[in-house]
Structures are given as C-alpha cells and as structure tokens.
Design a binder for this molecule. Structure first.
Ligand SMILES: C[S@@+](CC[C@H](N)C(=O)[O-])C[C@H]1O[C@@H](n2cnc3c(N)ncnc32)[C@H](O)[C@@H]1O
Length: 169
C-alpha cells in the first residue's frame, strides 16, 4: 500500500500498479493517521486488525513534518496501529554537511516547491523511534548501511540521508 498526498504521484503509482490486486496507492496525508488507518483499501489490503506483523516504510517523507513533536507523535500513532513484532523502515534527509554535499540548496528547493522540510541529525531521527527496538547497524547514513566488505571507504554522500530499521516491541 503506497500513500502519498500528491495526486500526480498517486496517479502514476496507480498506472504502474494497474492489474495488480495485491498492491495499490491511495491519496492521503501522512499527518492525518486516521485518514490512512481507516481507509477501506488500506484495511482490505493490509488486513489490519488480524494482528499479523507488518512492515511500514516511511521513506523520505518524515522530513516534510518540520515540527519535532508532531513528527514523533505521528510515528507513535502508526506504531500503535502496528502489531508487536512489526518493522519500521525509516529514511530521512539529514543535516550532515560534507564537502560534496548539496543538501542545503536541495532542502531549500523542496521547501519552496513541495512542502517545508526539516533536515534532522542522526540523534534527532533516533528520537522519533520511541517504542521501537532499533536493529543493527543503528541509525546511520544510508551509505553506511551494511556496505559490502569490498566497497572500501564509504564515499561522501551528496544527499546525506539517515536510515534505520526498527522493530516494535
Ligand atoms: C522524496 S519523495 C519519496 C517518495 C517515496 N516515499 C519513496 O521513497 O520513493 C517524498 C514524497 O512524499 C510525499 N509527501 C510529502 N508530504 C506528505 C504528506 N504529508 N503526506 C503524504 N505524502 C507526503 C510527496 O508528495 C512525495 O511524493
């Protein structure tokens, strides 16, 4: 189930998923958990309420919730709807500054065109994961997510993104 508040993103997703009855996209606002969790298609597809563990991916979206308390409350609202043993995959634009980094201008551009966004540090992203057990290798930059041994030193990330895999206790 893909959720996005942009009608164009949802239309394209539906086009891609046309004919697939095991996946679909809805238009809804992440900041209104009830509109997502009470959606009939979400309930039909995810069989919410059966108590089976699931995986929720909040991929490159929470930085569009600039207020820290609101972001934490949202993660908690979705967490409360997830059965124990479910997984949360999180990726989040980070404030890490490197020489190769274009994150400042990219964030400004997003804030002007998509929605106000907030870059968060690894510690701030960790703070969003209350009630979850953070699994190895912890909250790290995506480029440091289990690199293969032959990858050598991890190169500077042009758009540093924090990521984490966590399990609901
Ligand atoms: C960087 S894209 C990531 C898309 C997708 N999650 C992925 O990882 O491929 C960010 C998406 O978040 C959507 N978005 C921004 N604010 C949102 C909100 N409040 N509720 C739902 N979607 C939102 C945007 O429309 C955009 O499609």
């Amino acid at each position: 189930m893909y959720v996005d508040n942009d009608s164009v993103a949802v239309a394209h997703s539906r086009e891609i998923l046309n004919g697939n009855d095991r996946a679909m996209a809805i238009r809804a606002d992440l900041r209104d958990p009830a509109s997502v969790l009470d959606d009939p298609e979400v309930n039909r597809l995810l069989l919410l309420g059966l108590g089976e563990p699931m995986a929720v991916l909040m991929s490159a979206v929470l930085h569009f919730v600039p207020d820290d308390d609101e972001a934490a409350a949202l993660v908690a609202a979705y967490r409360d709807a997830m059965p124990s043993g479910s997984y949360l995959v999180l990726s989040h634009a980070s404030d890490r500054v490197t020489q190769a980094n274009r994150v400042g201008p990219a964030a400004d551009q997003y804030s002007r065109t998509v929605a106000p966004m907030k870059l968060r540090s690894l510690e701030e992203v960790t703070g969003l994961l209350d009630g979850f057990e953070i699994l190895d290798p912890g909250v790290v930059y995506c480029s440091q997510w289990r690199p293969d041994p032959e990858d050598g030193p991890v190169p500077a990330d042009p758009l540093p993104t924090a990521c984490a895999l966590a399990r609901k206790r």
